[in-house]
Each structure stands twice: as C-alpha cells, then as structure tokens.
Ligand binder design. Structure first.
Ligand code: NAP
Length: 297
C-alpha cells in the first residue's frame, strides 16, 4: 500500500477512481483548491483532504511531503487549465517532494490533434518527457481509454459520478452523425467503472509504469456502431457530415449534441462534436492494448 494524492479529487472521474481505490483500502489525500465541503464527499477513514494552491510550488510541495505521497493521480479539468499551468506546477512539486509516480489528467485518445481544447494534455505530456530527460526522475503514465462508454446511455446515468453527455449516437432520439467516407473509422470506448479498475490495478502494479497505458472496453467502427444502435432502437436517422468541415470546426447538421451537465466553459459544447466525430475518423488508434492485464474485462 502506498500513499496516494488525487489532484482534482472532487471531480467526476476522480470520484469513480477514489471509490475503487478506497475499496482496496489505499490511503488517499484529496487535493482541492477549496476547503472540504460539509458534509465531506467521502467519509471513509482512509481518505483525507488537503487544500492546495496550484500557483504555489511550496504549497504543493509541502502538501505532498507532509503526507509522504508516493503516487499522484491528476484529474484537473484541462478546460479550466488550458496551458497546463496547474499540472506543470504539480509535476515540479512531485519532483521536489520525492514523489515516485504521476499520472496526468489525460484520459483521452492517443492523439489530441483537432482537439484544441485539450492542448494542455500534450503540453503536460511534453513536460513529463522533458523532466525525465536525460535521466528518469518521475515515473509516469498517460491513461488513454478513448471515449467514456457511459455517455452512450445519455440521458441515463450508468455510473455513480459521470453525468450524461451527448455523443454523435443519440439513441434516445434515434439519430446519429457519421463522417462521410469514414464509416470504417474506429471508435474506442471504456466505461468509467473499468477505467477506475484499470487505474487501481496500475497503482498496485509493482513493475515500472509504461509511458502510455492504453485501455479498451470496446472497439467498433462508426458503421458497426450504427448497426448496434439500430438493433437496440430501430431505424436511426443518419446525418452525414464532411471531415473537412469538422476540421475547420464547423458542424453542419440539424441537431446539436446536448450536454446535460452544467459546464463552466460554454465552448465545450461545440468542440465536443469534432472530438467524438473526428477522433473516430482520425485519432482512435488510442487505447489499443490491454496487454498488461489482457484478461481483465
Ligand atoms: N475520454 C472521455 O470521454 C472524457 C470525458 C470527460 C473527461 N475526460 C477527461 O477526464 C479527466 C477528468 O475530467 P472530469 O470531467 O472528471 O473533471 P471535472 O469533474 O470537470 O473536474 C475535475 C476537478 O478539476 C479541478 N479543477 C478545475 N479547474 C481547475 C484549475 N484551473 N486548476 C486546478 N484544478 C482545477 C476541480 O477540483 P477542485 O475545485 O476541488 O480543485 C475539479 O473538481 C480530464 O482529463 C478530462 O479531459 C475524458
């Protein structure tokens, strides 16, 4: 058992992971910019809270040192840390405090080209590569699960903490968006519950972390996905959009991808479409392997 700090631990995916880690009795410190809410989010005795200032290297270093943290898992919302400043200060604090392992707030696909709102992920990845050159100083891994599978059930909520979010496959209203000529493009989905299990297994894994930890709950093409939707819901209305429009950030279709969850940043709604659609067409090499734990479903 090691001491784990969870940055952004009040967030949605973080809480799924904390629940999984807490079941295995890990000692967890939730790092937050705010004092703990009352009543607290978690009442388990092995979970404590620390209020931190992500603009202060000494504040972060002291929080990590005083709790003798071995592993830091970050879930900091990249939309409100667009240049990765909070995570980069956190990485520097990890090095200063002698933390052994760090997992940044990645949880995406292998490449984030066409996803300008996720630029911070590549900035943070580059920072981790740089600080480990020429000699390794902080073991790290980028968890890449593809799209949260839970979103396919929108408007229903299938996990405890991940709230519904629209995707190009709107099963409720029997309609879908596909990119013209890219029906064979591959999509990777993993449920939040499986992501949480996989992160827990990697925390407990004694070997050296690989720089990338791909995971894959399901892998389908857009065409196969439409077939599955039709089996479940009957005939779907299909809208075809042009890849070149998406690449320009334009989504030419008659219906919007609704986001059920309140979002501080309005801009999330539009790029969400290129995220799901273009990532299927071009980016979903992600999450291609479960090689470390091939039998785990
Ligand atoms: N692949 C997918 O389908 C998919 C879908 C959604 C999310 N994700 C990824 O999963 C990760 C977690 O996302 P999430 O939706 O669970 O996050 P979230 O709930 O929106 O936020 C996580 C936490 O980040 C902290 N935070 C927000 N702004 C911050 C800032 N400027 N500086 C420092 N901390 C800040 C907040 O904690 P405090 O206020 O307590 O400090 C918040 O609770 C992200 O990397 C996201 O991109 C992937």
């Amino acid at each position: 058992m090691v001491n784990i700090a969870v940055a952004g631990g009040s967030g949605q995916l973080a809480r799924e992971v904390i629940d999984a880690l807490a079941t295995n009795l890990h000692t967890i410190v939730i790092l937050s910019r705010n004092p703990p809410p009352s009543p607290p989010l978690c009442t388990t005795p092995n979970i404590t809270n620390a209020t931190v200032d992500y603009t202060s290297l000494p504040s972060l270093t002291s929080a990590l040192s005083s709790h003798r943290i071995h592993t830091v898992l970050s879930f900091i919302q990249p939309l409100s840390d667009p240049h990765g400043a909070a995570q980069i200060t956190l990485i520097n604090a990890c090095v200063a405090a002698g933390v052994h392992r760090f997992a940044p707030s990645e949880y995406s696909s292998a490449k984030t080209t066409h996803l300008p709102f996720w630029t911070s992920k590549s900035l943070v990845g580059s920072c981790l590569q740089q600080i480990n050159t020429p000699d390794p100083v902080l073991e790290y891994t980028l968890f890449q699960p593809g799209l949260f599978m839970d979103y396919l059930a929108t408007p229903y909520q299938t996990s405890k903490h991940i709230t519904p979010l629209g995707t190009p496959f709107d099963l409720e209203n029997r309609r879908a968006v596909v990119v013209k000529g890219h029906e064979d493009a591959v999509l990777v989905f993993t449920s939040a519950r499986d992501i949480a299990k996989a992160v827990t297994m990697m925390v407990e894994y004694n070997g050296r972390w690989p720089e990338v930890s791909g995971m894959r709950g399901g892998r389908v093409t857009f065409g196969e996905m439409v077939d599955i939707c039709e089996k479940l819901r009957g005939r779907m209305e299909i809208t075809e959009v042009e890849a070149r429009d998406l690449e320009r950030g334009e989504l030419k279709m008659g219906w919007g991808l609704e986001r059920k969850r309140e979002c501080k940043l309005e801009c999330f709604l539009l790029p969400l479409c290129p995220f799901s659609v273009v990532s299927g067409a071009k980016l979903s090499r992600a999450s291609r392997d479960n090689r470390k734990f091939p039998k785990r479903r």
